[in-house]
Design a protein around this ligand. Structure first.
Ligand SMILES: C[S@@+](CC[C@H](N)C(=O)[O-])C[C@H]1O[C@@H](n2cnc3c(N)ncnc32)[C@H](O)[C@@H]1O
Length: 410
């Protein structure tokens, strides 16, 4: 089913509870399935709708009968025409990025934080990747596929040469929608061998079949902190754990560090690192690429490093498995800590919303204490600015990066 773009005819009504109505008014965009009190049934499980309470339209958004997050609001009040509403949202989101990165690679739409729940758009000039994670956003894909290139041209003054649709993230299972990916237009081969520039470093990226949207843009500002640290240790050695395309390690090499060891269990990821080394003209002798499990690697490794970065996938999938995930983070941090020289820096990251920064800090402190270590906390970072946090929706905050310096034992 596609939704009518010209919805002069009124959208179906979804009646929500007083609590959901209050939260909506406070800027929380989700309505849970147990907060739905009644609804029109247009015959489809997913549809764009008006969220109502006591005969008043509170918001416009979409409804999915199969999802626990049954409703997501896109605008407050009634929208008579979806196309101008969505285009206004896109233009506002794009414009907010203009001052950030001066038109270089950036996340130009970040879902709920940009009041476009379920939609991500990453811009890797001259290509873009559009990711829908909800059934409601899927309904308006034809509109988005047409508008995004046009509005990128208008706002960034750049002609898009290719657009990839990535509807393949695991969260789609919660929405009961299939996973798929599609090249909307452009040269697939070129987009599978794309190059992403960040602060002068050239990274290889597969925008069609690589992880997520092809590159982890959210660590940009944290990598800058590593860059600042390694500038002071030109003869240093860095260990990049869970390296993917080498976001951290290539940055360190480009800053002049002597050697980086990259570790990832994905061969495709290590191939991207190899291409990144070549793209930046870095002598391959300055890098070691280790294919395998990080825990196994750390268990066998004897070498000490000046900086260790640990950027694993989310260990906490839900609040329920938090205790188990905390144990896994602590094990990882303790093993990484043992590979660090005195004076060295350890950067540890967690990309799970379910683990708060203070919980992460506590588990880090505990892990260091269990190693009888002493450390200064010298850096607290989060997701880069093109992934803004909507204050009324803490769910939009997910990435934490803590940097500690190892002190020689007292
Ligand atoms: C969040 S991504 C890392 C992003 C990367 N650091 C960057 O800045 O672009 C997590 C990476 O960990 C890898 N991975 C997941 N589990 C692993 C494991 N147990 N051992 C080694 N690599 C693993 C995945 O293949 C993926 O490349």
């Amino acid at each position: 089913m596609t939704v009518s773009m010209d919805s002069h005819n009124t959208m179906p009504a979804v009646v929500i509870s007083p609590r959901a109505a209050r939260r909506l008014a406070d800027g929380f965009l989700w309505v849970y399935s147990n907060e739905i009190e009644g609804r029109d049934d247009p015959g489809a499980p997913v549809y764009w709708c008006r969220f109502m309470r006591e005969g008043r339209t509170l918001a416009t958004g979409y409804f999915n009968r199969h999802s626990l997050i049954a409703g997501r609001a896109v605008a407050w009040g009634e929208a008579h025409d979806l196309k101008p509403l969505l285009e206004d949202r896109l233009v506002s989101a794009f414009t907010r990025r203009l001052t950030l990165e001066n038109g270089s690679s950036a996340r130009i739409v970040f879902s709920e934080a940009d009041l476009l729940p379920g939609l991500v758009v990453d811009f890797f000039p001259p290509f873009a990747v559009l990711q829908s994670s909800t059934a409601g956003m899927d309904l308006i894909l034809p509109l988005l596929e047409a508008s995004v290139p046009e509005l990128i041209e208008r706002v960034f003054r750049k002609t898009l040469q290719g657009l990839v649709l990535r509807c393949d993230s695991a969260v789609r299972r919660l929405e009961a929608v299939d996973m798929f990916r599609r090249v909307v237009f452009g040269d697939s081969a070129a987009m599978m061998r794309a190059e992403v520039a960040e602060d002068g470093v050239r990274y290889a990226a597969d925008l069609v079949a690589g992880q997520k949207t092809g590159f982890f843009l959210d660590q940009r500002e944290n990598r800058r902190r590593l860059a600042a640290f390694v500038r002071g240790i030109p003869s240093g050695r860095v260990l990049d754990l869970f390296c993917y395309s080498g976001g951290w390690g290539l940055r360190a090499l480009k800053e002049g560090v002597r050697h980086v060891t990259f570790v990832d269990e994905s061969r495709d990821a290590l191939d991207l690192v190899k291409s990144g080394l070549a793209a930046n003209g870095i002598d391959p002798e300055r890098a070691e690429l280790h294919h395998g499990d990080v825990f196994d690697f750390l268990a066998r490794q004897q070498e000490l490093y000046d900086a260790v970065v640990s950027d694993p996938p989310a260990f906490v999938k839900s609040r329920k498995n938090l205790p188990q995930a905390i144990k896994a983070y602590q094990k990882l941090i303790r093993m990484a800590w043992r590979r660090l020289k005195p004076g060295g820096m350890l950067f540890v990251c967690s990309c799970s919303h379910h683990l708060s920064e203070s919980e992460f800090l506590n588990l880090l402190a505990e892990a260091v204490a269990k190693e009888h270590g002493l450390a200064h906390l010298v850096y607290r970072g989060g997701q880069s600015q093109d992934h803004p946090v909507l204050l009324s929706m803490p769910e939009t905050s997910y990435l934490k990066c803590l940097g500690v310096r190892k002190l020689a034992a007292a």
